[in-house]
Design a binder for this molecule. Structure first.
Ligand code: NI
Length: 165
């Protein structure tokens, strides 16, 4: 959990930057990539990262929610733009509407009692979880993936190194 708004702001900025890198590499065609037809497509996962931060309004934060999903969720560029907007909107909302004391306030979230600092931690972990799923589907769709927490297969090769199996 977070006990400091500044700590959240720093970490969210880093994480959102990585998510933007991923979103910016999506193509319209790749949005239909799925492991099986029973699972979420790459486009649905990307849109989920935009839409799901909307739950933070139930914590009392005020910011403009995602644009109509129907309209934008078929366009990789539109998803990336909407992600950029909403990721900045929630950062601004947390920085201006909460303080370090607010992070200790407990609220009911998804049926459990979470303090707001834990909700912010959840928001980051949830995003990292789905972003990881996205990179697998991107690979399957033939897209290049960015280095996130370390080099990937392609960047090992570009550096003249043996990719780690
Ligand atoms: Ni989710």
């Amino acid at each position: 959990m977070f006990t400091s708004i500044d700590d959240f702001a720093a970490e969210w900025s880093q994480e959102a930057k990585m998510t933007k890198q991923v979103m910016n590499l999506l193509t319209d065609e790749s949005l239909n990539q799925a492991i099986t037809d029973k699972h979420r497509t790459l486009g649905k996962l990307a849109w989920h990262l935009v839409e799901s931060v909307g739950y933070m309004t139930s914590l009392g934060l005020k910011f403009e929610g995602p644009d109509n999903g129907e309209k934008v969720s078929n366009s990789a560029v539109a998803i990336a733009e909407e992600y950029e907007r909403i990721s900045e909107a929630i950062l601004e909302a947390v920085k201006t509407q909460w303080d370090n004391e607010s992070l200790r306030v407990t609220q009911t979230v998804f049926g459990g009692e979470w303090n707001n600092g834990a909700s912010l931690r959840f928001t980051i972990m949830h995003q990292a979880h789905h972003r990881g799923q996205m990179t697998v589907l991107m690979r399957q769709a033939g897209l290049r993936i960015p280095d996130l927490y370390g080099p990937n297969y392609d960047s090992w090769i570009e550096r003249g190194m043996e990719p780690r199996a």
